[in-house]
Write a protein that binds this ligand. Structure first.
Ligand SMILES: Nc1ncnc2c1ncn2[C@@H]1O[C@H](COP(=O)(O)OP(=O)(O)OP(=O)(O)O)[C@@H](O)[C@H]1O
Ligand SMILES: [Mg+2]
Length: 478
């Protein structure tokens, strides 16, 4: 029989877990706060803890940190409805076993728990555990809620806690450099230098000297001694971008640094010892280069200790609205303007596009649209024609209504702000919300299902609003 402890401040969640895990081979205990959970652990001795991240009182991350101090081998799975990069990375860094986004479907949840319980049994023999790291507050700006990106965040957290070499792969514009920097910022070398070298941008003959330096007179043009990036970066992290483009000689030297931390400057014979962490990236299939004997197999295996594969944007389209929102806010901040709203038709179009240039292309498209948009809203016509599919002509009629609605909504909002300025007692959002609910119910003759649809919310939410605002109509339960 396995013991499961659930720590969550929401009664609904505790209740559903009690129902889901009402089985003869699992004993479930629940706690309603981090503090209560910490007290329960020594008594209940769970094999696995499931815990919410956002709780009143002690947060999930703080509770996790304390659990790791007192019970370093206890497996903890964190759950949250708000997937931020930061928490996912922190959680994995602090040694969480897994990190789940709510809502989860029950069969998957069961599978993850069964898997964790098996790991808990296997772990009973292992004594030591990963060291702890203090959490830090660094805004990474890697956006993504898709499962694939959550996986990337977890890997960043895991690899950051170690000194292992990491290989980041993915098509151009998927965020490889962003990920490399995130690993660095979360590592215990974050106070030391970070140097990026684009191996493809430097001519072949010069790359070796760029990386390892050279002695005076070692080749024509080497008039002074030069210190290379590896030496400059001692105790730090070096990011080798486009690693696929290196001559065999440079590959051999890199391999040696990775193996024993030594190299010689070009034209020198004095071995130099450094302590540098390497993060490499490439958008070329290195396996193919290895097969074609263009890339050393032993170097490939050395680099590939931890592989972080970033999927192309077209394979994680659910991240597109989030990215759009993030970029709009960022550009607005940069240009010191109010963020523009984005018409629903624009989001739909962006979701359909195949994004050969991945996130970079999306970022550029939003940047351009933000500059081009004439109203407060980004409309289809503000997108580059290759994305909107429009040759610059009028928008197709099907989307015109949606765009008009967005533009009208902006005008209405402006009007409301005018009123609010005159009447300081007017609380815009509750007032508008109440009125929308009343009108929707009128419009649909109190049919809650239709009213909810009209408002674009769920029926449960509609009910909550009706209660909250004390709207009494002849509520017709249809
Ligand atoms: N998940 C993300 N969230 C927010 N911004 C992102 C994300 N992924 C990429 N970007 C942005 O997209 C641009 C491209 O990212 P980056 O330079 O890291 O890509 P890359 O994979 O190194 O591309 P290349 O192979 O062309 O060098 C950057 O401006 C980066 O900030
Ligand atoms: Mg790059």
């Amino acid at each position: 029989m396995s013991k499961l402890l659930l720590i969550d401040d929401e009664e609904d969640v505790r209740y559903s877990f009690e129902r889901i895990f009402n089985s003869p081979d699992i004993e479930l205990a629940t706690a309603s706060s981090g503090e209560e959970g910490l007290k329960a652990i020594p008594k209940f001795k769970p094999d696995l803890v499931l815990m919410d991240v956002r709780m009143t009182g002690m947060t999930g991350l703080e509770t996790l940190r304390r659990i790791r101090q007192s019970n370093p081998k206890l497996l903890v799975i964190l759950m949250t409805a708000y997937g931020t990069t930061q928490t996912a990375i922190e959680a994995m860094k602090l040694g969480a076993y897994d990190y789940l986004l709510k809502p989860f479907d029950v069969p998957k949840l069961k599978a993850i728990i069964a898997n964790a319980l098996k790991a808990a049994r296997d772990m009973k023999q292992i004594v030591s555990y990963q060291p702890l790291l203090e959490s830090e507050d660094y805004e990474l700006g890697i956006v993504g809620r898709s499962e694939a990106m959550q996986q990337v965040f977890k890997l960043i957290g895991q690899v950051a806690a170690s000194d292992a070499t990491a290989l980041v792969t993915g098509e151009s514009g998927t965020g490889k450099e962003l990920v490399a920097r995130a690993i660095y910022h979360h590592s215990n070398r974050s106070e030391q230098p970070f140097l990026a070298v684009n191996c493809a941008a430097i001519p072949e003959q010069l790359l070796e000297s760029e990386l390892f330096g050279h002695e005076k007179g070692s080749f024509t043009g080497a008039t002074v001694q030069r210190i290379g990036k590896f030496e400059q970066c001692n105790h730090g992290t070096i990011f080798l971008d486009e690693i696929g483009d290196m001559t065999p000689a440079t590959q051999t030297k890199i391999l040696r640094v990775l193996q024993n931390g030594t190299f010689e400057r070009v034209g020198g014979n004095q071995p130099i010892q450094v302590d540098v962490r390497v993060i490499a990236a490439t958008n070329k299939p290195l396996e193919a280069a290895v097969a074609a004997k263009q890339f050393r197999e032993d170097l490939f295996y050395r680099l590939n200790v931890v592989r972080i594969q970033i999927p192309p944007l077209r394979d994680r389209r659910e991240d597109i609205p989030l990215l759009v929102n993030y970029f709009v806010k960022r550009f607005a901040r940069e240009h010191q303007r109010a963020p523009k709203s984005v018409a629903a038709s624009v989001i739909k179009t962006l979701e359909k596009y195949h994004w050969p240039g991945n996130v970079r292309e999306l970022e550029n498209a939003i940047h351009r649209a933000h500059v081009m948009a004439k109203s407060d809203a980004i409309l289809l016509g503000d997108l580059p024609p290759e994305i909107s599919g429009q040759g610059g002509g009028a928008p197709p009629p099907a989307t015109a209504a949606g765009e008009a609605a967005a533009t009208d909504a902006a005008a209405i909002a402006r009007q409301l702000f005018q009123w609010a300025k005159r009447d300081p007692k007017l609380k815009i959002i509750p007032a508008v919300e109440r009125e929308l609910v009343v009108q929707a119910l009128k419009e649909t003759n109190d049919n809650q299902i239709q009213a909810a649809k009209l408002l674009g919310i769920t029926r449960a939410t509609l009910r909550k609003r009706i209660e909250k605002f004390g709207i009494q109509r002849e509520l017709n339960v249809k």
